[in-house]
Design a protein around this ligand. Structure first.
Ligand SMILES: [Zn+2]
Length: 500
């Protein structure tokens, strides 16, 4: 579509433009014009050649695509990168992440957020949802939001709330120091943070209770009410592991999603991280209410947590975005890797190479992610926010590139990004972030990470591997997965230790 404008601030010219618009147009020798933070025109380079641009970027040999949207990460975990291998999720929380979190200072969280935001910007991420747990006092939450914004990214800091310990949290050793505030105090503090970053802020604050399974039910009800009153979304982990619905059913006689639905807490404002272990009725509930799911395929595999019912959810009407799930349960803020894994995990699970494709992965990482965050981006079209990523194709591993979506999803990696633009501002180019001193951020992160791990008494060694059959056949593997899905046994109960 060509605009009648005659000038622009930035003209990205000559690249292959992957619009992700309704028709999924890919424009060879294309161009994108940007002014006042928005995209003003998209077309071929010839069609936009009349524009007088303050800056023209030669994008020949590159792809110009919508900025990637990370719908679930935990930037505070950045200083724990590479720790905690081989631990089941709740054990990982109780024994590693919450002792770590409990010893974090505001400055630790700020540096971790800077580090993660720099990494994300370098990998073409323009917006992210940071589920921030620690420290969760308003000063720290707002410092994290400032850090994300200072790198130039947009998005949401979902303020993690533990609240009054529930029976499930207490019974399973999760009600440590992070649960030191009552639910009403948590809601009050979150409201303060939301008000400090009013609508229109580049980084907003949403309420973000930790996890439906072990959260206080009153906290969840108050969260949804706060989000409605404040006009925000809200975010929480839900049905991440096979334990979640089992434990919930044992405690409450229902499942987390069925409970949310019964109390009117699902809907477009509700964004669930993971949402893996859902039965057919729950998939319908999530879909019919237009609830969003942040799908984290790398972290799901890292923790052996399960496979999302991606097509069932999307067919039912759910909005599904893509998330990295933090530097400590993924180890990268790289949505290119997540796109590839989102496809591969579906294919392997269904033993069908048609189960997903590169086009779908691009949808999740761009337009669907933007829907989840409620931002007017995710496609390259006039009027949209100018959140744009440029990927250089001039590398052996990207040569040749017959089919651009497949090249982006299977061959490209975050480090192939050459320029990241957010709201018309170039936040990364020529190998460096424009608004922050990356070397200083890395140096401070190294120093703080060592001190924090020492302070929290966390071991740097990893647990021993358990013996597994080196050559399982497909049948036995499928049987094992099916059995696990039905009965979800665990060889060693991870939920017995009180920490943090
Ligand atoms: Zn998470």
């Amino acid at each position: 579509m060509i605009s009648s404008v005659t000038a622009c601030e930035i003209l990205l010219s000559g690249g292959t433009v992957v619009t992700m618009d309704e028709d999924r147009r890919v424009i060879d020798d294309g161009a994108v014009a940007i002014s006042a933070g928005r995209i003003t025109a998209v077309g071929t380079a010839a069609e936009l050649a009349h524009l007088a641009a303050r800056r023209t970027v030669d994008c020949r040999g590159s792809v110009v695509m919508p900025g990637l949207v990370d719908t679930h990460t935990h930037l505070y975990q950045g200083l724990a990168r590479s720790l905690g291998e081989g631990m089941p999720l709740w054990s990982w929380l109780a024994e590693l992440m919450w002792p770590y979190a409990a010893h974090m200072t505001t400055d630790d969280a700020r540096i971790a957020a800077l580090l993660g935001s720099v990494e994300a910007a370098r990998a073409g991420t323009t917006a992210l949802l940071d589920h921030h747990y620690a420290p969760s006092d308003p000063q720290a939450v707002l410092a994290v939001a400032d850090a994300v914004e200072s790198v130039g990214l947009r998005g949401v800091v979902a303020r993690g709330m533990a609240g009054t310990p529930s029976a499930v949290a207490t019974a399973h050793g999760l009600a440590g120091r992070l649960f030191s505030r009552t639910s009403s105090d948590e809601v009050r503090l979150t409201k303060e943070c939301i008000e400090a970053r009013p609508p229109g802020s580049r980084v907003l604050v949403w309420p973000g209770p930790h996890n439906v399974t072990y959260a206080d039910q009153d906290l969840l009800r108050a969260t949804a009410e706060l989000a409605r009153d404040a006009g925000t979304g809200w975010h929480t982990h839900c049905a991440s592991t096979p334990h979640d619905p089992e434990v919930y059913r044992a405690a409450y006689g229902t499942t987390p999603v069925a409970w949310l639905h019964r109390h009117g807490l699902l809907g477009p404002r509700t964004t669930l991280a993971h949402g893996i272990h859902l039965d057919d009725a729950e998939v319908r509930m999530v879909g019919e209410t237009g609830t969003a799911v942040a799908h984290c395929p790398v972290s799901n595999q890292y923790g052996a947590d399960g496979v999302l019912r991606l097509h069932d959810l999307r067919r039912a009407g759910a909005v599904v975005g893509l998330g990295t799930d933090g530097a400590a349960y993924n180890h990268r803020q790289d949505l290119f890797e997540c796109m590839k894994q989102a496809v591969l995990v579906q294919r392997m699970h269904h033993l069908d190479p048609r189960a997903s494709d590169s086009g779908e992965a691009l949808e999740l990482a761009t337009r669907e992610g933007a829907r989840l965050l409620g931002i007017d981006a995710g496609t390259l079209a006039p009027g949209k926010l100018a959140d744009v990523t440029v990927v250089g194709l001039d590398a052996p591993h990207l040569t040749p590139h017959h089919h651009i979506p497949a090249t982006l999803v299977y061959a490209a990696r975050g480090s192939d990004v050459t320029m990241t633009i957010v709201g018309g501002q170039v936040v990364f180019e020529q190998g460096t972030c424009t608004f922050v001193d990356e070397d200083a951020v890395c140096a401070q992160a190294l120093e703080r990470a060592s001190a924090l791990v020492r302070r929290a008494g966390i071991s740097r060694s990893h647990p021993r591997r358990t013996a597994v059959d080196a050559t399982p056949d497909h049948t036995r593997r499928a049987e094992a997965i099916a059995t696990r899905r039905v009965s979800a046994p665990v060889s060693a109960d991870p939920m017995h230790r009180s920490e943090g």
